[in-house]
Design a binder for this molecule. Structure first.
Ligand SMILES: NC(=O)c1ccc[n+]([C@@H]2O[C@H](COP(=O)([O-])OP(=O)(O)OC[C@H]3O[C@@H](n4cnc5c(N)ncnc54)[C@H](OP(=O)(O)O)[C@@H]3O)[C@@H](O)[C@H]2O)c1
Length: 322
């Protein structure tokens, strides 16, 4: 069997190790073997490599990586989403299915695309396919200081939002959001009363909440927004995308009866794969044009253990290059 270099997880308690692994074989006519050029180390990749994602089957060894930029045998470069959770993309070669791939324009920067697609598509797809953003609407991004949240602020503006408020913890990143297009920012602090007042003042009239936090901050925010808005019968669409602050929250039933709140999630599973694919070309154009800011921190795939153990730099996404 042909061999390749790969990041290989042999224990869910350890980072992946750089070692030899068998080259995967296409399983259908729709799949082909591509040379991997750049792979993003997204939070979802870490969760999968720790065996902690809800789709995890516990199978080891595994190769992490949920997406990548690769080069087809015909020379064309594609961005693709892996079809398999066990044999992922952090390797010299990976399987790319045509129905999960999009050909990149010549000018596309592979590292930037690998860094930005996962975080950027979360809000792009949510605001186009889950709850279509109407021009002029108000959007609150909960968790706007992460990669995906900061991009959500820019994406909401690009898609026509009239007002975008970013809420998060890190004061430096909040300041940066203002220059990235946020109309207002709210710092989420340990003082829940002060945070609640600030959220009510800045975002009570939101039409859509793009939520990367869940857990206690989302629980507090939903009550604050519903109580403070001037017309509770006006729809508040809450789109659940990430859960960095906790996997569960308590929602009082009265919140659903006393206001027009519509709660739904956005992610693979909630949105069909063909809808994702249809949105990707426009998103790639925005990333290429620089309208969605992205900072790729590239490292050789051979340094995967070091990449895993190093704290992420806020606002940057580690990209591994085979
Ligand atoms: N459903 C989808 O399609 C989809 C796609 C992409 C990502 N996601 C999910 O979205 C989430 C964010 O992804 P990302 O790429 O933006 O990750 P990231 O760049 O690592 O950012 C995570 C941010 O979360 C903030 N945070 C962590 N714990 C917090 C807490 N208790 N309260 C408030 N803020 C907290 C941190 O900001 P501070 O510095 O301010 O603390 C951090 O910058 C992840 O859960 C990811 O899996 C979902």
């Amino acid at each position: 069997m042909a061999r390749m270099n790969a990041a290989v997880v042999t224990s869910f308690a350890e980072p992946p190790h750089y070692r030899q692994f068998g080259v995967p074989r296409p399983r259908s006519a729709d799949e082909e073997l591509v040379d991997v050029l750049a792979v993003g180390l997204h939070p979802r990749v870490r969760t999968g490599a720790a065996g902690a994602h809800y789709t995890s089957t516990g199978t080891l060894p595994m190769i992490p990586g949920i997406d990548a930029v690769g080069q087809r045998p015909d020379g064309r470069r594609v961005y693709f989403v892996a079809a398999d959770d066990v044999i992922g993309t952090m390797a010299d070669k990976a399987l790319a299915a045509t129905r999960r791939s999009i050909v990149l324009p010549d000018e596309a920067d592979a590292a930037k695309v690998a860094a930005a697609m996962n975080p950027a598509m979360s809000s792009w797809v949510a605001l186009r396919r889950r709850v279509r953003l109407e021009p002029g609407q108000s959007v609150l991004v909960l968790g706007a200081t992460g990669n995906a949240g900061a991009m959500a602020v820019q994406v909401a503006k690009l898609l026509g939002a009239g007002r975008v408020v970013g809420a998060g913890r890190d004061p430096g990143r909040l300041r940066a959001l203002a220059s990235a297009g946020a109309d207002d920012v709210v710092q989420l602090t340990g003082d829940s009363e002060a945070t609640g007042r600030a959220l009510a003042a800045a975002a009570a009239e939101s039409d859509i909440v793009v939520d990367y936090l869940w857990g206690t901050p989302a629980q507090q925010a939903i009550t604050v927004l519903l109580t403070a808005r001037s017309d509770r019968s006006r729809a508040l669409n809450w789109i659940q995308i990430g859960a960095v602050a906790g996997p569960t929250m308590e929602l009082p039933s009265v919140a659903l009866r006393s206001a027009n709140v519509r709660l739904q999630g956005s992610g693979q599973g909630a949105v069909p794969a063909e809808d994702y694919l249809a949105e990707l070309p426009a998103l790639i154009d925005e990333i290429n044009a620089g309208t969605i800011a992205v900072k790729a921190n590239t490292m050789p795939l051979a340094d995967v253990e070091q990449a895993w153990n190093r704290p992420e730099v806020p606002g940057e996404r580690t990209v591994l290059m085979p």
